[in-house]
Design a protein around this ligand. Structure first.
Ligand SMILES: [Zn+2]
Length: 400
């Protein structure tokens, strides 16, 4: 057993569900903060717990190069290494290989690339990417795919899609043969075991109600022992901006058979209206009883829109990256905290936000920290932006 997906409510197209993973329950639709290097930049894990982050995303490409999969496996897997007791999803590394590395060469076997850290040469393939993700030990892992560039002509888009389909079969085969090797299947004592009674925290209880957050009905729900559970492998739909190819990619990926389905190859430079069009048409071809993950989107407005279209899971670097550049999302619109107009503003950043930053600090102070290039500016800005995204998703869940 790897994953149980229980639909509880459906709206027009939107769905509310629970995703039971080996590291706790995830209420969907869910926003997953990005923790590229086994850290959500500038925010410690206890604060992420307080913000009710349910599932984090880790980047295989970065962890594979540093500190290395073997090292993380030896230290008990990614959960134990970074002391994160809740769910984790890792990407396959494919997207980063395409966007970050020099001298990449794509063949049927996989992608040969040169590390951006030290120039060493590596091969990521369906087998090595799946092996790396088994070693890291996330709850949900992704098939290795080729993210088709934009724009691409019809012939190129089909060829790329066909290769992703062949790669998907190789990932599935490798996964089925090796899934028992996940690090949390070994019986070592866990550094995070003392926190495991927190793993079923209800993400729908607001941050301000933390003292009440561990209630008996949320602890110890009938979850099989972790040693009996395996990771879940998701397939990725490609097909560029072509509706017919997206449909074909969906049908053939479903034929191979995965625990969930992701829509990849979007937010690669195409107009926003086109992204939405492709998401909507692809969703029509995905099974209703499996989780659907839209990769790499978006703004607060977009994540609401996509959840309402029936997407269950989303991730994006926008809230964390924008925060580090002083761009903050609030209920009253975007704020660029570096602006001089906030120098004497004693109001909280967002009067409608109950996060620890808005409860305690003024816009004037946040503006000062940013202007003085203080590390705390990045910390506080990131905490607020994440809180804003997570609250936005919590409201969407309640509205379904
Ligand atoms: Zn706030």
């Amino acid at each position: 057993m790897s994953l149980r997906f229980e639909l509880s409510k459906t709206g027009h197209a939107a769905r509310r569900a629970s995703l039971h993973t080996p590291h706790g329950k995830v209420e969907t639709p869910v926003f997953m903060p990005v923790g590229t290097q086994a850290t959500v930049k500038a925010v410690a894990q206890d604060v992420l717990e307080e913000l009710n982050v349910q599932v984090l995303l880790g980047n295989t490409y970065h962890l594979y190069l540093r500190p290395g999969v073997g090292q993380i496996r030896q230290l008990g897997g990614l959960h134990r290494f970074m002391s994160w007791p809740r769910a984790i999803l890792t990407d396959s590394g494919g997207f980063q290989v395409f966007s970050l590395s020099d001298l990449r060469k794509v063949t049927e076997e996989g992608v040969t690339f040169r590390s951006h850290l030290d120039g060493s040469t590596h091969l990521l393939s369906p087998e090595t990417a799946t092996d790396a993700q088994i070693g890291l030990g996330a709850d949900i892992i992704m098939a290795f795919d080729e993210c088709t560039e934009y724009p691409a002509d019809g012939q190129r888009t089909r060829a790329s899609m066909e290769m992703t389909l062949r790669w998907a079969e190789r990932c599935k085969k490798y996964f089925e043969e090796h899934k028992s090797e996940v690090p949390w299947n070994s019986c070592q004592p866990s550094a995070v075991s003392h926190q495991e009674n927190q793993k079923c925290i209800d993400p729908d209880i607001p941050v301000s109600d933390h003292s009440r957050r561990i209630s008996s009905e949320h602890v110890g729900a009938a979850v099989p022992a972790r040693s009996q559970m395996t990771q879940a492998l998701f397939g990725i739909i490609q097909g560029g901006m072509d509706h017919a190819l997206r449909k074909e990619s969906a049908e053939r990926t479903i034929e191979t058979g995965f625990d969930g389905y992701a829509i990849g190859g979007l937010s690669v430079g195409e107009p926003r209206a086109l992204t939405r069009e492709i998401v909507e048409s692809t969703l029509e071809h995905l099974p209703k009883d499996k989780p659907r993950y839209l990769m790499g989107v978006g703004t607060p407005e977009e994540i609401v829109e996509y959840a309402n279209l029936g997407v269950d899971m989303m991730d994006c670097v926008l809230p964390t990256r924008a925060a580090r550049h002083g761009l903050l999302f609030t209920s009253e619109g975007k704020i660029s905290i570096k602006q001089a107009r906030y120098a004497s503003d004693q109001a909280p950043l967002d009067p409608n936000c109950s996060c620890r930053v808005c409860r305690r600090y003024s816009r004037a102070y946040l503006r000062h920290l940013y202007a003085a290039n203080e590390v705390l500016a990045q910390v506080l800005n990131t905490i607020h932006n994440l809180s804003y995204y997570l609250d936005t998703m919590r409201r969407v869940r309640h509205s379904i």
